[in-house]
Write a protein that binds this ligand. Structure first.
Ligand code: ASP
Length: 373
């Protein structure tokens, strides 16, 4: 790979931005909190940079993240008016390369710094941001302090970028007294960490909140909160283990059961994306059901979900679903997102391999990931 070029243009843009100072008065108020002596102090926010397009420049072989956490912050100097901010560069990766190891690194860092800050902003690539947001929702539960994940479709070094507004919105949201828990702030909205999905590869409006309303809008440096956070006074619960090998299989008409048989020994579980509200070709007597039965008999996890993007599964509706569900000891994802299903299973498999405990944990709602109707 040839070396990454960092041109003077980036510095030029930072200079331009630093003289344009918007009015932060409303955000300042929300961001302020009082010390015991009654003196007004700004909230302390730690920005954790991990890479992504927001931090990318042309490498000569495509975009690659090279811009540092401090450089990202310098691009939006108004953030320092809003809160006390420190920045740390945990990694500088395209999020294509972010997975369980990096999720643990991010959550471990937040755990280590939890007492020192009032909130956290994680800058991240958009491609796997929804997976990281879901993973952090399981690794950091019940957090009264906000963990906000953001990024951009265009590099912060460009003039026509969404990076500066997304970053500013994220700090506005993280510094707001009503914010808590893990969420994504992107395109002017806050989305629960367990409910986000990247739905557009290019538009600035890239993320959707799936089968759950957006938590808030962020407009003109104000948080318009639609859904208040629950009482989290019990304090945060951190987990430091994640594990297991999962297979994701999307059904297509006419699919043979061979792939399930061939893969069984290499995986701890399979997530099967079925059609519609949930059904298996051949029903509970067919070859697919036979292959799945072998998985459960070998103590492997089987989760059925729908491949339809919205509204979830309901395997009780059709005979091709109901009989399969009642005769095979599988679990149903209902309206969980794929990102939540996958990361929840990895989190659970990091804690236990006991089938009934896996089942109990999977069906226990975490940050509104699973809404049974
Ligand atoms: N490939 C980039 C990443 O996920 C895309 C982005 O950040 O928008 O790191």
């Amino acid at each position: 790979m040839s070396p990454v070029r960092c041109t003077g243009r980036l510095l030029e843009i930072w200079k331009i931005r630093s003289v344009v100072g918007p009015d932060f008065s409303s955000a300042r108020q929300a961001a302020a909190c009082c010390s015991q002596e009654g003196e007004v102090v700004k909230r302390r926010i730690l920005m954790i940079a991990t890479g992504g397009t927001i931090a990318s420049m042309d490498s000569g072989e495509g975009l690659a993240p090279v811009i540092s956490s401090e450089q990202i912050l310098e691009t939006v100097p108004e953030i320092r008016d809003l809160c006390q901010v420190d920045a740390v560069q945990l990694m500088n990766l395209d999020s294509t390369n972010i997975g369980p190891e990096q999720w643990l690194k991010i959550s471990g860092h937040i755990r280590g710094q939890y007492e020192a800050y009032d909130g956290f902003v994680v800058t991240h690539g958009t491609d796997t941001m929804a997976y990281t947001a879901a993973a952090l929702s399981y690794l950091i539960q019940n957090s009264p302090k906000p963990v906000v994940i953001t990024g951009a479709q265009k590099s912060i070094s460009l003039r026509d970028t969404d990076a500066r507004i997304n970053l500013k919105d994220s700090f506005v949201y993280a510094a707001d007294a009503g914010s808590a828990g893990v969420s994504i702030v992107f395109g002017g909205k806050a989305i629960l960490g367990t409910r986000a999905r990247k739905e557009r590869t290019k538009s600035f409006n890239a993320f959707a909140s799936v089968d759950y309303p957006e938590l808030a809008a962020i407009r003109d440096q104000k948080v318009i909160r639609y859904i208040p956070e629950p009482d989290l006074s019990g304090g945060p619960v951190f987990y430091d283990r994640i594990g297991g090998r999962l297979l994701l299989l999307t059904l297509i008409p006419g699919m043979s059961a061979e792939v399930l048989r061939a893969c069984r020994d290499q995986y701890d579980g399979v997530v099967l994306q079925t059609f519609g509200v949930g059904g298996l070709p051949g029903g509970d007597e067919g070859p697919l059901a036979g292959a799945l039965r072998e998985w459960t008999e070998h103590g492997k996890v089987v989760v059925v979900m729908t491949q339809v993007p919205y509204e979830g599964s309901d395997m009780e509706v059709y005979q091709v679903g109901q009989t399969v569900k009642s005769r095979l000891h599988l679990m149903e994802a209902y309206n969980m997102t794929l990102e939540a299903v996958v990361t929840k299973l990895l989190w659970i498999l990091g804690q236990t391999r006991e089938p009934e405990e896996i089942r109990r944990m999977f069906y226990t709602e975490v940050r509104r990931d699973l809404i049974r109707v």
